[in-house]
Design a protein around this ligand. Sequence first.
Ligand code: AHR
Length: 559
Amino acid sequence: MTSTLFKSVITLAKTTAVAALIGAAPVYAADAKAPGSLTVNVDQAGAVINRDIFGQFAEHLGTGIYGGVWVGKDSKIPNVRGIRSDVVKALKDIKVPVVRWPGGCFADEYHWRDGVGPADQRVKTVNTTWAGAVEPNTFGTDEFMDFTQQIGAEVYLSINVGSGTIKEAADWLAYMTAVAPATAAMERAANGHKEPYKVKYLGLGNEMWGCGGPFTPDEYVTKMKTFAHFVHNHNPEQAAPRIDYAAIAKDLMTGKQMDSLPANPNGMKRVAAGPNSSDPSYTETIMKAWKTRSPIYWDIEGISLHQYTWGPMPFQEPATDFSEAQYATVLLHTMHIEKTISMHSAIMDKYDPNKHIALIVDEWGVWLKPKPGTEPMFLQQENSLRDGIVAALNINIFARHADRVRMTNIAQMVNVLQTMIMTDGKKMVLTPTYQVYKMYVPFQDAQFIPLSFDAGVYTVGNLALPKVDAIAARGKDGKIWLSLTNLDAKNAVDIPVNVPGVKAKAARGDVLTAKRFDVINTFDKPNEVTPKAVKFKAADGKLMISLPPHSVTVVQLVE
Ligand code: AHR
């Protein structure tokens, strides 16, 4: 671990720990209480739950890329152009909308030229952040683009602001997006890719208060503005519209305040590296600068937020064999992200009441004790039913903030932290977190529907949590979808569901649960935590949904 990353992670941990202490919601004595009935307010549709909220993050870290995604063209593991086919199929099944790459801390030390051109001529570098592993650079820009095309996802590229130059980043975007006869386009074509790629999101550095710098908020803004100004997407479908000076002159003559330039709706969205958990300083400084910017010269469309769930001690929380109190503590900690999002949203509202700028939670998830026998800096950990519940609780919070939170990227996609998929050689297993993402597919681009609901109280010792958490949305299929999580580890619960104006005859879908909250899927027993079909029929016009202990249920209403 480099000292920079160590400091960065400790800063993140300290801030989160403080947030846990002063973040209010938390530890209070209350009596256990059953939840009340749940009303789906179909007449009050809210924001669209952007499908990018279900985004992934893939860093050059441990076996996240090498082994997890890339096995090489000559591997015996079935692959297409070096990318493993079992992982591609699994990711297609959860309809991954977008992948953030190449880091993380790795991104601010990545030099893209090391990873393009003939594979046998690529240099080997040292991954200083992650255990000093040798980085063969065999998975570079063209391989990443191939991977995203194979799984049908958009691209979120994190550029090197920390140790790279503006020219290096601008040249990288030109390599990816320019058209012939630009030399950059010819170079890409010579490497086998004539058509320009699309880059939907551009991350302007990563954790610039930590491993990406460290910079004070003011120092970062000065640097960030120049990257936002000079790094262009040249793909004709994504390029910014030409500046119409005649229109600008008219605005200037009439004294009209220019808030933004005409935008290309398919244009690339620039994401400033934002706050560390509940520290408001980056949000405040970036938003203040944005408010007084001249959009001709620089602009951004998003600010990132990183917040991990550690439990009481960073990196020490057991991933398996934990008690009910430990289970409840992690759930309580993960729900603190609600306060963090509300706090940053309130700052953003001051400067941007119309919500032009998105809050992008591009790193989140549980960060637990490393899996025994693995390199600790490869950040491999087991993934239990509890972690699936953590995923559901976070997604529900993001959905409730869908007007401001328009992308999130769980850390990370394969073999790292709260992963979707684990691999070992040719073996692959899907985690409980993966299963939750699969169950939530109908919520991608669905329209949020507010619920009226008394969640009840689940107590463990002196901890008190909501007993049930729930969201509803109208899917793109026109159906009303509900997700209900029973946090209570001991008691099942029956919830009467009312949908005024809708005759709900039944609800059907899937439930994810297991004998205990710490059950995991393994290579030998891959189906210990997998969704099972459920159906609830209305009786006498009343619909009741039954939730087993520690479970996530996703159902559609049958009218
Ligand atoms: O996801 C692991 C690391 O956590 C990332 O590289 C960094 O951005 C964060 O500190």
